[in-house]
Design a protein. Structure first.
Length: 506
C-alpha cells in the first residue's frame, strides 16, 4: 500500500493537469465557435464550412481519440511495462502509417466535390464547401501524426503535451479567422483548421523526441499492427462519427442555417462530456494494464470509477443545459451576426441534444474496455451500428415535423441505445478481461439528483423571469448545482471510493 499513495498522487496530478488543459482547449473551442458565430452568423457560409469540417471531425475521433489510441496505447504500454525501448517499434510503425495517412489526405482533397455532394446533397453552396474541404483535407495526416504521438506519450505517462493539442488547434483557427476573414471569408477558418492541425504535431514533437524517440537510428522490430486488430476499432469509430454525418445529411435539407444551429448546439452541449472523459483519458493506460494482466476485478473497479466520474459531471450539466438553454446560448453566441432567431433555434436543438449526453459519456468510457485486449472485441461495432440505425430511422421520421430538433432527438436516442447495449455487453462478459462494473448502487441516486437539479433550476428561472440571460444564469446555475449536491451528499464517501478505487498502485 505504500507504493499506492505516490502513484495515486501522480495520477491525481496528471488528471488535474489533463483536466486543466482540456478545459483550456474547450474554452478556446468556445472562443472559436463564438468568433465564427459573431463573424459569419448561421448561414450558407457556415453551412459550407461545417460540411468541410466533417473531415477533421471524422479524423479526430479516428486518429486521435479513438482507433489510433485504442490500438497503440495497449501496444506501447505492454512494451513499456516490459522495459523495452519504444524507438524500434516507432521506427517500424510510424513511417508506413504516415505514408498511408498522406495518401488518404491527398485522395480526400481530390474527391472534395464528390464528397460534398454525397454528404450534404441539399447544401446551398457546394462549390464553397468543396474549396473549404480541400483546405481541411491535410488534417488527416496531421491528426494521425498527432494521435500517434499522443498514444506513445500517454503510454509513457506523459500527459501534458497530448492534453494541450486542442488548445493549439483552436488557436490556429482563431488566429486565421481573425486575420483573414476580410479577404478570404469563411475560407480563412478552413485554412485555420489546416494550420491548427500542424500545430498539434509541433506541440508534441519536443516531448515525443525526449521521452519516446524519433524513428531511425535503431533497428526496427517486427511489430504486428494487423488489420484484424485495427479494423474493429476503426469501423466502430467511423460508425460513431456517422451520427454527425446523419445530422449534416438531413440538416442540409432544412434550408439556410440548420446545419449551423445543430453544430453550435452540439459544441456547447458536449463540453461536459469532454470534461467527463478527462479522467478516463488519464486512467486508460491503467485499464489497459489491468486487462493485459487479466486482473478482471481491478479492471472493473477502474471502469466503474470512470463511469461514476462521468456521471458526476454530465448529469447536473444535462439538467442545466435543458433548463437554461436559451440563456446559455444568448450569453455565449448572440453577438455580431448571430441573431435572436438563431439563439432560439440553437437553444431548442440543444435541449433535445442534451438528453443524450449521459449516453455519449458512457459510450466514451465503456468502449475502452472492449478494445484494450490483444484481440479487440467486435461487439461495440454491433452496438454502434444499432444506435446509428436508430438515429437514421428516427431522423428520417422526425426531420419533417420537428426540423433540426427532430434530428437532435434522434441523435440522443441513438447514442443512448448504444450505451445501453455496451453496458449489457459488459455484464454478459463480451469484453475479455473485464468484469461487469458495479455502478448500480449509485444510479438511482444520480438520477434523483439530476431531477432535483432540474427542478431547482426551473424554479430559479421562473423567479428570475424578466432579468437578463446572464443574471438568470448567475442565480440559476448555483441553485441547480446545490440541489444536485444536496441529494448526493449522503453518498459522498461511497462516491469517492468508486472514483478512486486505490488499485494497489498497479
Amino acid at each position: 500500500m505504500t507504493s499506492a499513495t505516490p502513484r495515486a498522487g501522480h495520477y491525481a496530478r496528471a488528471a488535474a493537469l489533463t483536466g486543466a488543459l482540456t478545459v483550456l482547449g474547450s474554452l478556446l473551442g468556445f472562443g472559436r465557435d463564438l468568433l465564427l458565430a459573431a463573424t459569419f452568423g448561421a448561414d450558407t457560409r457556415t453551412d459550407a464550412f461545417l460540411v468541410a469540417w466533417m473531415v477533421p471531425e471524422t479524423a479526430a475521433p479516428l486518429l486521435i481519440e479513438g482507433a489510433m489510441a485504442f490500438v497503440l496505447i495497449p501496444l506501447f504500454t505492454r512494451s513499456a511495462a516490459n522495459g523495452q525501448d519504444l524507438r524500434p517499434a516507432v521506427t517500424a510503425t510510424l513511417p508506413p502509417i504516415a505514408l498511408l495517412l498522406a495518401g488518404a489526405a491527398a485522395l480526400t482533397a481530390l474527391a472534395a466535390p464528390w464528397l460534398v455532394h454525397l454528404l450534404a446533397p441539399g447544401i446551398a453552396d457546394p462549390d464553397l464547401a468543396a474549396r473549404c474541404m480541400r483546405l481541411t483535407a491535410p488534417t488527416i495526416l496531421a491528426f494521425g501524426l498527432a494521435g500517434y504521438a499522443s498514444a506513445a506519450l500517454r503510454s509513457r505517462e506523459r500527459f501534458a503535451a497530448p492534453a494541450a493539442i486542442y488548445a493549439v488547434y483552436n488557436i490556429g483557427i482563431i488566429a486565421c479567422t481573425l486575420t483573414g476573414h476580410d479577404r478570404l471569408g469563411v475560407l480563412a477558418a478552413a485554412l485555420g483548421v489546416m494550420i491548427g492541425g500542424l500545430a498539434m504535431v509541433a506541440a508534441q514533437a519536443p516531448a515525443f523526441a525526449r521521452h519516446v524517440g524519433l524513428p531511425g537510428g535503431v533497428r526496427p522490430v517486427a511489430v504486428a499492427l494487423p488489420l484484424a486488430a485495427f479494423a474493429p476499432v476503426a469501423v466502430y469509430t467511423l460508425l460513431r462519427q456517422g451520427q454527425v454525418v446523419i445530422e449534416r445529411l438531413f440538416g442540409s435539407t432544412l434550408g439556410e442555417g440548420a446545419i449551423s444551429h445543430l453544430n453550435y448546439a452540439q459544441k456547447i452541449a458536449q463540453l461536459p462530456m469532454v470534461l467527463s472523459l478527462a479522467l478516463a483519458t488519464v486512467t486508460f493506460p491503467r485499464l489497459a494494464r489491468h486487462i493485459a494482466a487479466r486482473d478482471a476485478p481491478a479492471a472493473a473497479r477502474r471502469l466503474a470509477g470512470d463511469l461514476t466520474a462521468a456521471a458526476v459531471i454530465v448529469l447536473p450539466a444535462t439538467a442545466a443545459l435543458v433548463v437554461f438553454a436559451p440563456e446559455i446560448v444568448a450569453v455565449l453566441l448572440q453577438h455580431g451576426a448571430f441573431t435572436g432567431a438563431d439563439t432560439a433555434a440553437t437553444a431548442h436543438v440543444m435541449r433535445l441534444y442534451s438528453l443524450g449526453l449521459l449516453g455519449q459519456a458512457v459510450v466514451g468510457v465503456a468502449c475502452r474496455a472492449y478494445f484494450c485486449g490483444t484481440r479487440p472485441s467486435r461487439f461495440p461495432i454491433t452496438a454502434m451500428a444499432a444506435g446509428l440505425a436508430a438515429t437514421a430511422v428516427l431522423a428520417a421520421l422526425a426531420v419533417r415535423p420537428w426540423g433540426a430538433g427532430g434530428i437532435a432527438l434522434a441523435n440522443a436516442a441513438g447514442i443512448t441505445l448504444t450505451a445501453v447495449i455496451l453496458l449489457r455487453g459488459l455484464r454478459a462478459g463480451r469484453a475479455a478481461g473485464v468484469a461487469a462494473p458495479a455502478v448500480g448502487p449509485l444510479a438511482a441516486r444520480f438520477l434523483a439528483a439530476a431531477v432535483a437539479a432540474a427542478a431547482a433550476g426551473w424554479l430559479a428561472r421562473t423567479v428570475c423571469n424578466g432579468l437578463s440571460p446572464a443574471a438568470v444564469l448567475v442565480v440559476g446555475l448555483p441553485a441547480a448545482a446545490l440541489a444536485f449536491a444536496a441529494v448526493m451528499i449522503t453518498r459522498y464517501e461511497e462516491l469517492i471510493r468508486m472514483i478512486d478505487p486505490r488499485e494497489g498502485g498497479r
